[in-house]
Write a protein that binds this ligand. Structure first.
Ligand SMILES: NC(=O)C1=CN([C@@H]2O[C@H](COP(=O)(O)OP(=O)(O)OC[C@H]3O[C@@H](n4cnc5c(N)ncnc54)[C@H](O)[C@@H]3O)[C@@H](O)[C@H]2O)C=CC1
Ligand SMILES: O=C(CO)COP(=O)(O)O
Length: 402
């Protein structure tokens, strides 16, 4: 059921594992340097302890897997990430029915006939147990989980539209990252507000470009839910040889990091587009990390979340990774293009653009100053050029590190 590329990656992964199993018998490193026998023993013992722990853990996990018990999963949104996550699930179990609920009948037909998302993930074959429909009642009938991958600004209208077909017991696994313009809400607030009821929901976030998930490349994400049992269920549902899933109960932390890193990625793109150099980029990303930490802590997030996959992990990916749409928007702004032209030329969502304005409101509410993130909103709002923003940020008073 795995694509050829995913199979190649798995083969490589198995070769590495086989190599690691035999490598401990070879004494010397290639440059003639060798660890002392005591060091080598210590290294081997530490590794063996890790492997023993891993084995015990895996054996305990075997019983009653949520994937085994699942028959149907619906994915809201047939964009790049909904498709990639739907395919990641489908590859794990051949008789799992994965249904993408899409708007466009032409895309729907391509997915069902060509087994390819010709608009958002061109060139990637989808597993045959993934299909698409434009009909919400059919998509939702009998689904045990709903993966929500609709852009944040369209999520309220979307959820209101499917509410009557979505049983209130079906967990939503939300992968959308951003804050709603107008309400300022995170997805964990928007979902119950749009549905006008409580709905179990887990927030899956972390460094995970859709294309690489689709290629079956190793990826790590975190599942956040106040209900730890549900977070563990989703952890176990998505965990595979190519996907590690941590769990946490810190929903606010995971959501705010996921939303704000998109704004920071626009800033990183601007620095890149203006060719300001590696020093500038590293200083900017470090400052952005501090700003995200200041706000998220005031909102009640755990500090560990900031240094985890949804925090630092996703910040590094989006600020430095070529596949980031938010970073691309920033690069083009930094090169002098107008925002409206950039947005008009892209069919994909860059959540940071809308989120940037909302962050400024949150910063005021929580009485925290966020120079870089506010500067991004100013540039996007056309009140500052990228060059002016950089000048003003560099000219801020020199401070004690906080
Ligand atoms: N692409 C990626 O690598 C990742 C994306 N995400 C997040 O996932 C969310 C979705 O992003 P992508 O799939 O990348 O977006 P995309 O731009 O590839 O596709 C968005 C999809 O949502 C659909 N859509 C938009 N408005 C809709 C509406 N009102 N009703 C129904 N469907 C609607 C579009 O038709 C399209 O299928 C975003 O919040 C993004 O930040 C998270 C992790 C990785
Ligand atoms: O969230 C993402 C990866 O984790 C995707 O980032 P972009 O939306 O900037 O492409």
């Amino acid at each position: 059921m795995l694509s050829e590329e995913a199979l190649r990656n798995l083969d490589e992964y198995r070769r590495v594992r086989a190599y690691s199993a035999t490598a401990s018998s070879s004494a010397h490193l290639s440059n003639g340097f060798a660890y002392s026998p005591a060091q080598r023993n210590q290294i081997r013992e530490s590794w063996d302890a890790l492997m023993r722990w891993s084995k015990v853990f895996r054996t305990r996990k075997m019983s009653g897997s949520p994937l085994e018990a699942s028959k149907k999963v619906v994915v809201f949104g047939g964009g790049s990430f909904g498709t990639a996550m739907g395919c990641a699930l489908a590859r794990q179990k051949a008789d799992l029915e994965v249904v993408l609920l899409v708007r466009d009948p032409y895309l729907c037909r391509d997915i069902n006939v060509l087994h390819e998302n010709t608009r958002y993930l061109k060139g990637f074959k989808m597993p045959v147990n993934v299909r698409a429909t434009t009909h919400a009642p059919e998509a939702l009938a009998g689904a045990q989980y709903a993966v929500h991958a609709v852009p944040v600004q369209s999520s309220r209208a979307f959820l209101q539209g499917v509410k009557e077909y979505l049983p209130s017991t079906v967990p939503i696994i939300c992968v959308s990252k951003g804050l709603e313009v107008g309400s300022g809400q995170m997805m964990s607030e928007l979902i119950p507000s749009a549905l006008e009821r409580k709905q179990p929901a887990v927030f899956l976030s972390g460094p995970s470009f859709a294309k690489e998930v689709m290629q079956g490349r190793p990826t790590g994400v975190v599942a956040a839910c106040k209900d730890a049992e549900l977070a563990k269920t989703v952890q176990s549902l998505f965990a595979s040889p190519t996907m590690r899933v941590n769990m946490t109960t810190d929903v606010v932390g995971v959501e705010i990091c996921g939303a704000l890193k998109n704004v920071l990625a626009i800033a990183a793109g601007i620095v890149e587009g203006m060719d300001l150099g590696h020093n500038a980029l590293a200083a900017l990303v470090a400052q952005g990390c501090a700003e995200i930490r200041w706000l998220s802590e005031k909102m009640g997030a755990k500090p560990t979340t900031m240094s985890g996959l949804s925090g630092l992990g996703d910040i590094m990916l989006t600020c430095y990774g070529d596949l980031s749409r938010n970073r691309s928007v920033g690069i083009r702004l930094g090169r002098g293009e107008r925002l409206e032209d950039i947005l008009a030329s892209s069919s994909q969502v860059a959540e940071g653009v809308a989120t940037a304005g909302v962050v400024v409101g949150l910063a005021r509410k929580y009485r925290v100053s966020l120079p870089v993130l506010t500067a991004v909103a100013q540039v996007l709002d056309n009140n500052l050029t990228a060059r002016e923003a950089v000048f003003h940020i560099m000219d801020l008073p020199q401070i004690e590190e906080a």
